[in-house]
Design a protein around this ligand. Sequence first.
Ligand code: AHG
Ligand code: MN
Ligand code: MN
Length: 332
Amino acid sequence: MHAALTLTQFILREEALHPQATGEFSSIMLQIALAGKCIARDLSRSGLLDLIGSTGARNVQGEEVQKLDERANQTFIAAFDSSNVVRTLISEEMEKPLTITTAKQPGKYALFFDPLDGSSNIDVNAPLGSIFSIHRLASSGEPVNESDLLKTGAEQVAAGYLLYGPSVSLVYSCGSGVHQFILDPGIGEFLLAAQHVRVPARGSLYSVNEGNYHKWPSGTRRYLDFLKEPDAASGRPYSSRYSGCLVADVHRILLKGGIFLYPAETKKPEGKLRLMYEAAPLSFLLEQAGGRGSTGREPILRIQPKALHQRVPLIIGSREDVRQAEEFIQTA
Ligand code: AHG
Ligand code: MN
Ligand code: MN
């Protein structure tokens, strides 16, 4: 067995490499890890605790709020209660940003998050995730200006996700590679599993909700037809894998290569997924791992957001696969 390194040790070691580091970023990561452990605990007992099902309410996206969505949101909020590092929280489950007013001094960062990703998997004991994105605020004091929050994905300070599968993975990047940790539940610690993860330049699997095929523009349909055509030389047909949880599907692609699409639809050109706490953080991670994130027409990380909850088409994964998907989409 090689030496075990905990997330805390790893973060402190990284911090020591940057003499200008204040420890603020480290404290955000450790609070996210804490929230992740609490959410994983709740999920592991969810069927036993009457936590399954809907609250009866709808979120800002008009989607049904599951009890566990709300509980996971509250868990993130509790982890940053009175934080003097994070000043504002922006969540899929909250229409407006939540500014922390109880801190001794206002924090310099904004935390965007999708507290529970893949909610339709809750009732069937399938994988779920949490996604986070950290931005540095330009202005100081309150209230936080909305324009200060509408930053491009390229400006993220760090991003990552937790994946609640057979084990709990924490994957993050703060702009110098992608690192993966796995929770050892026996000791309650995330342990380093892989440093500087790289996504293969090309994969052999695709991940998309193909039930939407007839809603897609012709270029997208032709790309999917192409992936299914047999051609041994280019490794086609690709295999299909789709879990209904973006984090799980992107995690598979990060480790094995391939392409995930939640593309534009003819009648819904903005797609389904949210820019600030789904598409941008995952694109930041994949680009840090040598992959790409695109709308099909432009890099996700270059989009200038207009609204906190804006949606965007997402095509993400191995760089050669994403480039080829863009060619089909752009020559439609
Ligand atoms: P959320 O549960 O946070 O609303 O996200 C669900 C997302 C994502 O996890 C998944 O890739 C996609 O929605 C699934 O949508 P379809 O059911 O339309 O395929
Ligand atoms: Mn989601
Ligand atoms: Mn969600």
